[in-house]
Structures are given as C-alpha cells and as structure tokens.
Design a protein around this ligand. Sequence first.
Ligand SMILES: [Zn+2]
Length: 304
Amino acid sequence: MIQVAISDDDITVGKAGKLLELHRFHEQFGIPVSYFIIPFPRTEELSISQDTDLQRALDTIRADGSEAHPHSHRHHPFEWGYPEIIGAMEFSEGLCKAFADHRFSIEFYHDKDRMLQRMVEVVEEWKKFSGEESVGFRPGWGSFSCTFYEVLKECGYKWSSTRFASRASWHRSKGYPSEDVINPHVGLNPYLQNGLIEFPILGDFGFHAKRSDGPELVALFKKQFWECLEANAPAVICHHPHGLDSDDVDPGSGYEIYSEIFEWLIARGDVEFVTMSKLYDTWKDKDLSERLPAFDGTDLFIDY
Ligand SMILES: [Zn+2]
C-alpha cells in the first residue's frame, strides 16, 4: 500500500462555504483531506476564531474524518524565510520586486524574536479556533529558513510540510516548461529537520491550470506517483481552492484534473488516503535521518 495525503491550503476567514464545497467534492471520492487554514488574513480585520461559520464548517469536516492545521500567520511570502524560489517567485513579478527592493523589511520579518512572536500568536489563535493544539504547520509560499525550524520546535510542533519535492507541477500548471526532476535537496521521503519531521510536498497538479494542459498534468502526476512508490515515500498533494477554481484561466478545470487523478488512484486498489496526522503517526517512530544544512557556502557559487 502507498499512502497518499491530500491537503488543501489557503482557506481563511469568510471561506466557510468554500471549505464545505471542497469537502463535498472530496466526499464523493471518500477521501479525507487536511486543510491548512490561514489564521490572520491580510485583508480582514477578523481572525479565524471570530468566524463562527468557519468553526462550524470545521466541525463538519472533522465529523467526516478530515482535519485542519495552521497555515502561516498572515501568509506574507517572507514570514518564515524565503519562498521556495523557483516554485513561487517566478510566478510573481511583485514578489521578485519585493525581494529586490525591500531587504530591510524582509530582515525585519526574519528577526527570530519577531518570528517567535508571530508563531506564538498562531498557536494561541489556533487553540481558540479549533479547541485543539496542532503539532503540524505549513508556511505560505513554501517560505522557510533555519530560524523557522527553530521556532517550530520551540513552539512544540512535531512536523511540517513545507518543501517542494518537485517544482514541475507548479510550473506546468501555469503553462511554463519545466524539467521533471525531483529536487535532490529535498527528495520524496520524509526526513528530520531540526528534529521535526518534514513531509515534502509532491506538487499541485491543477494550480490555475487550463483544461488543455490536463492530460500532461495527469501524466506528470502518475510518473511522480510511481517514483514515490519506488522510493517507499508517501505522496503529499497540496491543492488550493483558487487553483481548483482556475477562474483566471479556465473555470473549474482543477476539479476535473483532480477527479481524474482520484479515480485513477482509487482504481489501483493499493492506495491508502490518509490525513497528515495519520501520516505523522505512521512515520514518527521510524529511524529518519536529520537533514543538516550546508554551511560552507560552496553551493552558493554560480557562474556570472
Ligand atoms: Zn498558502
């Protein structure tokens, strides 16, 4: 059996209806989902603990076996370090400009005391919202740093799902050509980072995609799924409500692409759909190796 964890990012205040819509979509396949919810949205004054509709929606999805975990603080791209550069920054000229022009603000964000303060706010808000403590976390934009993993540990987290095992699905969903390779700095298998289990994200295969790109994206998923199977690694999918809607390019295309993927997975008969908590339970006692960052800087030299 191979474990497949379907996760969804970016539900936040005012999105109870969208959460229930996503829930109904997955329920028709009998698939539990782990939702990563933004505690303090950028453009709203309310936080998630003040959104009673969202709390009720959380009760509904939990009753059916799905779950939720905190996703970032306000979802600022530099909140927890630097975004997984090619996977995120190449899509956004605004993000590249912010990176180039706002170095002081970025360093301000990266100060450890401030990062810790943000995470404490997340922990408190999550408890108020969900009535539980989550031991798992996912940052926005795939942003991370050494300080981020230190802060996670100090705040009692046990796992994160932050890194992109491959950038191909994000690129191809957006119509950019991309080499189909697994990033050797991440890999497919869970590993330890500062003592926490990091569950790499395989990809999002319907992120603002066009229907015409669907066959290529489904084929890419199948190929990467087989690579997971060979590596004895779980497959973690991370889709997004706005990506599934694909209103900007081809409304509803994401749902069609994922329907095809889910039907193919179910028909195999060797797939166990799991929540991130179940994934953590499965992997927490395994003898995983710590991924030590390289500090000598030799990997930083590039041609100019
Ligand atoms: Zn996000």
